[in-house]
Design a binder for this molecule. Structure first.
Ligand SMILES: [Zn+2]
Length: 315
């Protein structure tokens, strides 16, 4: 994630940085850019919040309606499947395809079809991305929610694919706000076939989108404040962030990449959930062994158990 503040908070969305580069561990830990206008932005936000009087804004109602509509679309797609060519293309290009259990395939394909139908994907912001590009983005984004409702993406308005560098965020390979995902196509292509390295650009950025969805903040707590799981998540993030920092400080390797330790000026830890998600899907057994509490929380949240997945033989 690069900008990790909702677009409903636009002053900050352009100036807070994390940088989802997938780069080296040492470099990742050093990426903390302090934003001088944070205090000013916070004041503006508080004023805006007080103006709203605590009532639900029309935009919030709209996004709820969007979520209901997306879930309805998914219901209507029940039983629909990708065509042979689409399935073969995904199987050939996405490393995780060979690991996903057969009993998840139907739900996965239904979500891919709704995603393709509902979410625009551009190439360089100037034209529609090709069918192949859209298919790979949809497939990876929907693997994340294969056991969850597609309304997780109710705030998403557009995905932009960039040839290499992301315009305006040249140091990042992916960025996410509450409404938009940007992905470097060359980096996505370079990494999409490796299903076991614990790095997955698309899963990472869409995990941010899910983290944003409940409250407009990415702080590695993907459930709303009123949820019975919220307190548990809050404690988990604090404890596991500390464990990760200690592991890297003592020179150890770790199942969650070092960038998961990034902390914002406000003290939020937005990268633990996204980096943990990539580790969960791509090195589930190791995560389960090293960080059983993180693994169990993600298993409960995503409804899947990647540590039990076994590689299928190619057909
Ligand atoms: Zn990130």
């Amino acid at each position: 994630m690069k900008a990790y503040v909702s677009k409903s908070f636009p002053l900050l969305s352009t100036v807070l940085f994390g940088g989802c580069s997938g780069g080296g561990a040492a470099g990742e830990l050093g990426i903390v850019v302090v934003c001088g206008v944070l205090g000013f932005g916070w004041i503006v936000w508080m004023i805006e919040k007080s103006k709203s009087g605590g009532s639900q804004k029309p935009s919030a109602r709209m996004t709820n309606e969007r979520g209901i509509s997306l879930d309805k679309r998914l219901e209507q797609k029940k039983g629909s499947r990708l065509d042979f060519k689409q399935r073969r293309f995904i199987a050939k290009n996405i490393g995780l395809y060979q690991w996903v259990p057969v009993d998840l395939m139907g739900a996965w394909e239904e979500r891919i079809l709704v995603f393709l139908d509902q979410f625009p994907v551009t190439h360089l912001k100037v034209k529609k991305a090709t069918d192949e590009m859209r298919l790979l983005v949809a497939a990876e984004a929907c693997l994340l929610i294969v056991r969850r409702p597609i309304s997780d993406y109710r705030h998403l308005q557009v995905v932009h694919l960039w040839e290499d560098e992301i315009e305006g965020n040249e140091n990042a390979r992916g960025t996410a706000t509450r409404h938009e995902v940007n992905l470097s196509w060359s980096y996505l292509k370079k990494t999409i076939r490796n299903a076991r390295d614990g790095h997955n650009l698309t899963l990472h950025e869409f995990a941010h989108l899910i983290d944003f969805a409940d409250d407009g903040v990415a702080q590695s707590i993907p459930v709303p404040g009123h949820s019975e799981d919220h307190k548990e998540w809050k404690i988990l993030v604090e404890q596991e962030h500390s464990r990760l920092m200690k592991a890297y400080e003592s020179g150890k390797n770790y199942s969650i990449r070092a960038y998961g330790g990034y902390e914002s000026i406000k003290g939020d830890k937005p990268e633990l959930f996204s980096c943990g998600t990539s580790a969960f899907f791509e090195r589930g057994s190791r995560l389960k062994r090293e960080c059983p509490n993180v693994y169990d929380a993600l298993k409960k949240f995503y409804g899947v158990d990647p540590a039990s997945w076994r590689k299928k033989k190619k057909t």
